[in-house]
Design a protein around this ligand. Structure first.
Ligand SMILES: [Zn+2]
Ligand SMILES: [Zn+2]
Length: 295
């Protein structure tokens, strides 16, 4: 019976893969489908934080495959990606963590909305969960977030919008780092990647219930502990009070987090002047990860 079901699912998947090629839309009109359809993709289209235990532990997935899709000229630094992989191997039980780079053409947009980013993901993403490999997609954009307000000093460095999807505003990161004498592009990339990935881990209270309450009452889904990577100071974007989940009914994408440029710069400069290592998670956040299968 099981074998028969599996075969059936594979056949359905092949049919759907062929059909879905013509659809570049994020599926706004699609009926909610149980995972007997598009079985490979559905596991990667959940709300931010929904895969916390799968990302942290290795009960279901031993391997982590990250597709780093970048617009030509906006590839992240090797230094940052190495540090990022180190961070992931320090906090998860994954046996293998690999990065697959994919160069993309520029979408030729002045700014990008989250929906446009999700649409680009639908067009370009090639890695989805497969067997015991869990797949993550990170898009390194050549345009700033549509929500940025430079006059207000609000520039967004990164955002998460689904359980395995993240955007890094690489152009914004480069120009921000370019304004500092002490902070490098790699410094900002590392802080952004690690912070946003912290949300995919389920931090704070985003799919992962805190062991001790340390969620900042002023900033939903961020940590109240001073100096923590998931601290609210790192976050800025006027999203407080909004849902951090993907609203499947209306199919409206809401960022799980937007990361402000100026506050990141301030924190990094503070760290550098004190000769401290890059911003890391505090004990409370680490305890949460450990409570859900992480290290
Ligand atoms: Zn955040
Ligand atoms: Zn924390």
């Amino acid at each position: 019976m099981k074998k028969y079901n599996k075969l059936f699912l594979i056949l359905i998947s092949i049919l759907l893969l062929n059909c879905s090629k013509s659809s570049t839309d994020d599926g706004g009109n699609n009926n909610p489908t149980p995972d007997n359809q598009t079985v490979d993709k559905s596991a990667n289209l959940l709300a931010t934080g929904a895969s916390s235990s799968d990302i942290l532990g290795n009960a279901n997935f031993d391997n982590l495959l990250i597709e780093a899709a970048f617009v030509e000229g906006f590839r992240p630094t090797a230094e940052a990606m190495d540090e990022f992989v180190t961070f992931l191997s320090e906090r998860t039980f994954k046996q293998n963590i690999s990065i697959q780079y994919k160069q993309l053409e520029s979408p030729d947009e002045e700014t990008l909305t989250l929906q446009e980013i999700a649409d680009l993901e639908s067009e370009n993403r090639t890695v989805y969960n497969d067997g015991n490999t869990l797949a993550i997609y990170i898009y390194f954009a050549d345009a700033p977030s549509d929500d940025d307000d430079e006059e207000e000093g609000l520039v967004t460095l990164g955002a998460v919008y689904r359980n395995t999807s993240m955007v890094i505003y690489e152009k914004t990161i480069k120009s921000l780092a370019g304004r500092s004498l002490t902070i490098t592009t790699a410094d900002v990339e590392i802080a952004t990647l690690n912070h946003e990935f912290g949300h995919l881990f389920g931090l704070v209270n985003l799919g992962l219930t805190p062991v001790n309450d340390h969620e900042d009452p002023e900033a939903e889904n961020h940590c109240s502990v001073e100096g923590c990577l998931m601290r609210a100071e790192l976050q800025f974007g006027g999203i407080a009070g909004k849902s951090h989940q993907l609203d499947s009914k209306d199919n409206i994408l809401v960022p799980g987090c937007t990361l402000s440029g100026n506050s990141v710069l301030k924190i990094l400069e503070h760290k550098t002047s004190k000769n401290m290592p890059t911003v890391d998670l505090d004990a409370e956040c680490i305890l949460d990860l450990q409570s859900n299968g992480g290290k």
